[in-house]
Design a protein around this ligand. Sequence first.
Ligand code: FE2
Ligand code: FE2
Length: 354
Amino acid sequence: MDKEASLGRPTILVVDDDHHVLESILLRLSDHGYQVVTADSAAEALDRLDDRDITIVLTDIRMPDMDGIELAMRIHERDPDLPVLIMTAFVDTDVVVGALKSGAFDFIYKPLNHELLVHAIDKAAAFCAMKRIEKNYRLDLEAEVRKKTEELNDLNREIIRRLTVVAEYRDTDTGLHNWRIGRFSAIIANGLGLPSDFVETLFLASTLHDIGKVAVPDSILLKPGALTPEEFTIIKSHSAIGAKMLEGSAHAVIRLAESIALNHHERWNGSGYPNGLSGAAIPIEGRIVMLADQYDALRSQRPYKKPFSHEETCRIILEGDGRTLPIHFDPQVLETFRQMESEFAIAFAALLDQ
Ligand SMILES: [Fe+2]
Ligand SMILES: [Fe+2]
């Protein structure tokens, strides 16, 4: 916003090649509390607009270098809201209508009636004040909407975060495994060059990948020893159960989460579950989270295994160890992991269970 206007003292730029006219308008408007800047040509007027904060322009219709209507149009190219009043000695209705249509704010007839002049300027000043209020109101409103949107996004993220804590409560009660999966998935998706809004959605959605585990009994989920084939079948049901819990949403994050819950144990070579999908039939989000989940499982302590170091984990994923094999992974996802593995180590260290 311009300085003068914000101080409540509108500055009027008066343009006329007749110095007597300039003088008399300057006196009259100054008397009424306006600041006045004068110019005796259109070129000078445009210069003034560059280096002063002008609230209103009052110009003669006949200038040696440009007519007042063209000057008004030039001014409006820079600032469409700046009121330009035109002074004319001729009452030619066509000229007046044409000028108003091309954006002139008002007409003032010469010889000048000073009361009418001041009235017209007051009217233009009131218009400017209204415009300013409207603009501030709009800015406030936009800021408020931005703030509310941010709050809502925060709330959404927090709800998802707490939901992941629920999902993992009996395991580690921190939900950190799920957040690491979010980070790892985002690292891979970025490395694959996927669009940034997808990466952001994937980051949140992937944290819900194991939500179906809430339906697996403690006796199986927390069992320290080896699982029977029946127990393993029950554990495996967490993919389909998670997808069922998330199905039917209209929201992108939840829809992606549904797909991830269902597909994050599928393997590229078709040996995964629940549907034994292979290759590109597995949605990309499933292929990404599957590798992220593998990395985290290998790095983590389990009742039946010690945690592996980052280096050992990379070797197992990239070269295989008999149980985990490179053919389980989408080759492009695997290649991206090879390039980004150092970022996995950093993210894992930053989100470590205490
Ligand atoms: Fe899982
Ligand atoms: Fe998991």
